[in-house]
Ligand binder design. Structure first.
Ligand code: UT7
Length: 332
């Protein structure tokens, strides 16, 4: 029997209209465009600032666009995986809301929580489901409303993050392409360095947690930076080596967009020039689960069938990894 591979057959994306640029941020906290550009590489970020709209709003916009673009009947979708760290509600899942709003009612939907590595992990999950032969069409959406957990009085974290959503349609092929290999890891030791301390079952909401601002994202930036550089670089090197990929035959590196200096370090490890590295951090910042699919969405037109792509991500947990995908269609 021929081996079934999982390919991406289309991508969709959505970012909110409101632009929070470094000038405006500099009026909110003690920072500057110069510091943010040189230390992080972000010029502006999008913020979903309309009352009552959560992550599912952006996710469903991205998914609706994806279904329209790919001429996909919502009823033909078998499964919906949503990766997010900022779900609309603790339950039900954001995935189930997106499924309902987009009419994908012949599918089952579930959330995947792996922080900024979420979409990478979700793609790997979807690929295994497709390769099993039991699923033909899976929507993998990464979406985060990071502004809902960012403390806009904390200059150490507020410049970093933005809101957005990206989605991919994953289908089956017997051609020798698609999701070829992955190396994914998690290390629970990351908890104290990158987390939201309260609001979960360990420390439910109380007057104390509200007074101490424990519902906001907490990050020890320097520690996270060092481990992100090491782990992402090691992961891409490992994936490249075991698939005989090098600077000659890698078409694109698709890295998580947390810090331009981390992205540069990962590219350097692979000796890949910056023109081959997808980058959207300047105008979207770190959209967590959405960075990778949003990058594909923006660069889709430049992609060609047969291109070798290396994805890599790093997030809270810690979670990290890399994957190799042979792209399945011409973007134009
Ligand atoms: O996506 C999930 C994974 N997350 C990441 O990968 C993020 C990893 N970490 C980072 O990207 C970086 O560590 C940050 C961007 C968070 C911070 O950059 P850094 O170069 O590590 O800065 P730092 O925390 O070492 O701070 C350097 C200085 C400090 O001042 P002193 O102590 O040297 O006088 C900070 O107080 O910069 C100061 N600083 C700022 N200055 C102006 C910190 N934030 C700001 C700011 N504006 N926004």
């Amino acid at each position: 029997m021929e081996k079934i591979h999982a390919i991406i057959t289309g991508v969709g994306g959505f970012v909110p209209e409101y632009v929070l640029d470094n000038e405006e941020l500099s009026r909110m906290v003690d920072t500057s465009d110069e510091w943010i550009m040189s230390r992080i590489g972000v010029k502006e970020r999008r913020i979903l600032n309309e009352d009552g709209l959560g992550t599912s709003y952006m996710a469903r916009k991205a998914v609706k666009q994806l279904l329209e673009k790919t001429n996909t009947d919502p009823l033909s979708v078998d499964a919906v995986i949503c990766s997010t760290s900022t779900p609309d509600y603790q339950f039900p899942s954001t995935a189930s809301i997106v499924l309902g709003k987009c009419g994908m009612t012949n599918a089952h939907a579930f959330e995947l929580s792996a922080a900024c590595s979420g979409w990478l992990f979700a793609m790997d999950q979807a690929s295994c489901m497709i390769e099993s032969g039991r699923y033909k069409k899976i929507v993998v959406v990464g979406a985060d409303k990071m502004s809902s957990v960012v403390d806009y009085t904390d200059r150490q974290t507020c410049p970093i993050f933005g809101d957005g959503a990206g989605a991919a349609l994953v289908e089956a092929t017997t051609e020798d392409m698609g999701w070829m290999d992955s190396y994914l890891r998690t290390d629970g030791a990351g908890l104290p360095f990158l987390c939201v301390k309260a609001g979960g079952s360990a420390t439910p909401t109380s007057t104390f947690t509200l007074e101490h601002r424990l519902h906001y994202l907490h990050q020890e930036g320097r520690t996270v930076f060092k481990i992100a550089v090491t782990n992402m670089s090691d992961a891409v090197a490992r994936i490249a080596e075991r698939n005989n990929l090098d600077k000659e035959n890698i078409a694109w590196v698709v890295p998580h967009q947390a810090n331009v200096r981390i992205i540069d370090a990962v590219a350097k490890r692979l000796e890949i020039p910056s023109e081959k590295v997808m980058m959207n951090i300047q105008h979207y910042a770190n959209t967590s689960s959405a960075t990778l699919p949003l990058a594909l969405w923006e660069y889709e037109k430049q992609l060609r069938k047969g291109d070798n792509l290396i994805f890599t991500a790093f997030g809270a947990g810690f979670t990290w990894g890399a994957a190799y995908m042979k792209w399945a269609y011409d973007g134009e």
